[in-house]
Ligand binder design. Sequence first.
Ligand code: IMP
Ligand code: MG
Length: 178
Amino acid sequence: MNYRIETMINRERVEERIRELAKEIERDYKDRKEEVIFLGLLKGSVMFLSDLIKETNLDLKIDFMSVSSYGSGTTTSGVVKILKDTDFDMKGKNLLIVEDIIDTGLTLKYVKEFLYAKGAAEIKICTLLDKPERRKVELKGDYVGFTIPDAFVVGYGLDYDQKYRNLPYVGTVVFEEN
Ligand code: IMP
Ligand code: MG
């Protein structure tokens, strides 16, 4: 099927919003004694996480997990598989999960339960994008960049069949008949 990509959120707006989120997070965490680990979910969160931590003036550590929920295409398989676990021991840790987008919420619900089962003390969620209309389970982001309508988006880390992650803006995939 043919498709084109239309800009939904331009680079300046994304970057500006990330700076705001970083300041919000800084305010909330700066007086804490315990360290916080920014836990990025690969691969979609990479661009967001790297922009975010540059703007966040805190003693933080980073770690990554890789989970799969989507195959190729735009529909969820509903199956969450851990492809790469965290490097750090999660026992007693305060985590800020950094994610590209919350869609059905199935991935993050699973990941949260998995990390709590490993002993995490606190888990908060920071997502660049949120599509609340698509939610299948109850799940809220603590820090949300943009709430967007139900559309398939790419760029700023998000992919369509593994492509377009490098676009420096968020675009909508618009499918066209033949
Ligand atoms: P959820 O489990 O349905 O919330 O899906 C979360 C994952 O699906 C995200 O981390 C993305 O990798 C992927 N995803 C959901 N919506 C989109 C989209 O519009 N574009 C690209 N990837 C998406
Ligand atoms: Mg993802």
